[in-house]
Design a protein around this ligand. Structure first.
Ligand code: VGL
Length: 215
């Protein structure tokens, strides 16, 4: 069991949005991505603050694939700010941008972080607006201001935005716990690789909140 001291612990819901679930099949549906709300709510009960990040993309951007063949191909000429193409997802004002059913409304979170607003940037991690990690979103500072030392993370998708956010938080010096029951990945192989990379960065991985207890 991992002992959790609530006053220094925050819960972080990474991109738990309909655009990453079968509720929006034309976007980036992650298998069972819509089924993580209960476990995210349970992990939040161990924490004194609750944060959520959201992909808030424009409808048009250089990284948006125009056909299925373009998905995962490199974005030419933008190598420092953009890497590969994805289907349009989580566009502001569409259902894909909404939080999945079962989560609190945004106003009930302590911090909401919007990312991917600039069409010339498609960040994965929630701590920086850019892939080179030069432009902070403000989360790290916010967590320090609130005296947070431990962060329990869940969300979508394990192999992209969860992985990168977890590694960024580890590098910023936080004690990070990844709750697998509150995450879903896009592909099995990249999800396994993501778990290795997160552990190597210093994160602890738990199967579910059953492994946590409050002190
Ligand atoms: C994500 C792929 C592309 C994610 C976002 O939230 O994990 N994955 N954009």
């Amino acid at each position: 069991m991992i002992k959790i001291e609530k006053s220094i612990t925050a819960s972080f819901d990474v991109d738990p949005q309909c655009g990453f679930t079968p509720l929006c099949p034309e976007e980036l549906p992650v298998e069972n991505g819509h089924l993580i709300a209960d476990e995210l709510n349970t992990q939040a009960a161990f924490c004194s603050y609750r944060l959520v990040s959201k992909d808030c993309h424009p409808a048009q951007a250089p990284w948006i694939a125009q056909s299925a063949d373009e998905i995962f191909t490199p974005v030419e000429g933008h190598y420092v700010s953009l890497d590969i193409k994805w289907p349009a997802h989580c566009v502001v004002g569409t259902r894909g941008n909404d939080l999945i059913p079962g989560l609190p409304s945004e106003s009930n979170y302590d911090l909401v972080i919007e990312k991917g607003v600039d069409p010339h940037k498609h960040p994965y991690g929630a701590c920086y607006h850019d892939l080179l990690e030069t432009e902070e979103t403000g989360i790290i500072e916010w967590l320090h201001q609130h005296k947070i030392k431990v962060i329990i993370v869940g969300g979508l998708a394990t192999d992209y935005c969860v992985k990168t956010t977890v590694i960024q938080l580890c590098q910023a010096g936080f004690n990070v716990i990844v709750n697998l029951a509150a995450c879903r990945g896009i592909h099995t192989d990249t999800t396994e690789e993501a778990c290795t990379l997160m552990v190597n960065a210093g994160a602890r991985i738990i199967k579910s909140t059953n492994e946590l207890e409050l002190i």
